[in-house]
Write a protein that binds this ligand. Structure first.
Ligand code: PGA
Ligand code: ZN
Length: 421
């Protein structure tokens, strides 16, 4: 049973405060779990509680969330069996009492939810992926590696937030990671040769001042080829424009690149041209988070050819995904534990995806920590896709290294098969 729960304020990969929870059991098990934090957050995400005290971290401190764990949550959960995840999560929701976790903070609640799962796994002497996924959890995810950054994640001339490579033709996770890392290094050389800077953005991708958004796909295809791979067969491209970040009042403004203003229909047409020109297999948040009809239009037009992923539009919320399935808003969901705030609700959302035959992608946030929970979670859920950044920055690489470890541990039982190949 749970003997103690405490939290502390730590820093994420951007140097902003976030929550780490320490949890111990009376059998001597001791674990911790750290919560990530987004920048291009969805409007309807669960509330990340910040202090607002301008004298500390420009108001971004999380001491209130920490106190909520130490006082309110700990008092309620001590003595419970950590394996009763659903009950633990439900008790925290009840204690919070708001629809969006505004009182205790989703950062406080998620830290405890993850720590409980980790403690239960450790106490049962199982790796986290096997504890959460059972003996059938043997599928490694294809990485979506964000090697070129724009939008809110970089100070450059690119409007779209993420240009990712997906090594869909690799035989194993380890080989997929190698394909992606080699492409990343080759891209660095190509950008350097063209006179672009090769400093990196929040998720470890390059952030050059390209002449257009299209040029991002062009240089990536060039890098895939120069690294010795076949675009579309070995390595495909996935995009996350994160369109909410350049949308307002019915108009998509491609202002960073100077490529003008577009309507929803014009954006869909633009993506259509890109699908013809580049080996793209997945587009996430191509339209604004509140443009549900636009999403449905894009899915009707392009969903037969590619994966249409909803991130900000669904915010990992089972109610939103339920509606999305009914309205054919997309055909896949981006899964971020901290958008909804408990492990149980996240698993419920994934259950809806499975029932509908939709794909799902386990995802990091742009602000991360060294915690690798999501790597185990991706294998446990078995969806075959993970999005956790480029081939540099240790908070991203920690997840990839954990997946290498899991693949090695599974040995011959490990399965690697892209849902998009
Ligand atoms: P965020 O971005 O973590 O800054 O929200 C990631 C994404 O949009 O997928
Ligand atoms: Zn996104």
């Amino acid at each position: 049973t749970i003997a103690s729960i405490s939290a502390q304020e730590i820093l994420d990969s951007r140097g902003n405060p976030t929550v780490r929870v320490h949890l111990s059991l009376d059998d001597g098990t001791r674990v911790s779990a750290s919560v990530p934090s987004g920048a291009s957050t969805g409007e309807h995400e669960a509330v990340e509680l910040r202090d607002g005290d301008k004298s500390r971290y420009d108001g971004k401190g999380v001491l209130k969330a920490v106190a909520n764990v130490n006082d309110k949550i700990a008092a309620r959960l001590i003595g419970l069996n950590p394996a009763r995840q659903a009950e633990i999560d439900a008790l925290m929701l009840e204690l919070d009492g708001t629809p969006n976790k505004a009182r205790l903070g989703a950062n406080a609640i998620l830290g405890v939810s993850m720590a409980a799962a980790r403690a239960a796994a450790q106490s049962a002497r199982l790796p986290l992926y096997a504890y959460l996924g059972g003996p059938g959890a043997t599928r490694l995810p294809v990485p979506m590696m964000n090697i070129l950054n724009g939008g809110k994640h970089a100070d450059n001339s690119v409007d779209f937030q993420e240009f990712m490579v997906m090594p869909i033709g690799a035989p194993t996770f380890a080989e997929a990671l190698r394909y992606g890392a080699e492409t990343f290094h080759t891209l660095k050389k190509i950008l350097g040769r063209k006179g672009y800077v090769t400093s990196v953005g929040d998720e470890g991708g390059f952030a050059p001042n390209l002449k257009s958004n299209e040029e991002a796909c062009e240089v990536i295809v060039e890098a895939i080829l120069a690294a010795g791979y076949k675009p579309g067969r070995d390595i495909a491209i996935a995009l996350d424009p994160a369109a909410s970040s350049f949308y307002s009042d019915g108009i998509y403004s491609l202002a960073k690149s100077g490529q003008g203003k577009k309507t929803c229909d014009e954006m869909i047409a633009l993506y259509g041209r890109w699908l013809d020109a580049f080996p793209i297999v997945s587009i996430e948040d191509g339209l604004d988070e509140n443009d549900w009809s636009g999403f449905a239009k894009q899915t009707a037009a392009q969903g037969g050819r590619i994966q249409i992923v909803g991130d900000d539009v669904f915010v990992t919320n089972p109610d939103f995904v339920h509606r999305g399935i009914a309205e054919k808003t997309a055909n896949a969901v981006l899964i971020k534990l901290n958008q909804i705030g408990t492990v149980s609700e996240t698993i419920r959302t994934i259950g809806l995806c499975r029932e509908a035959g939709w794909n799902f992608v386990i995802s990091h946030r742009s602000g991360e920590t060294e915690d690798t929970f999501m790597a185990d979670f991706a294998v446990a859920m078995g969806g075959g896709q993970i999005k956790t950044g480029s081939a540099c920055r240790s908070e991203r690489i920690a997840k990839y290294n954990r997946l290498l470890e899991i693949e090695a541990e599974l040995g011959k039982a490990a399965v690697f098969r892209s849902p998009l190949a």
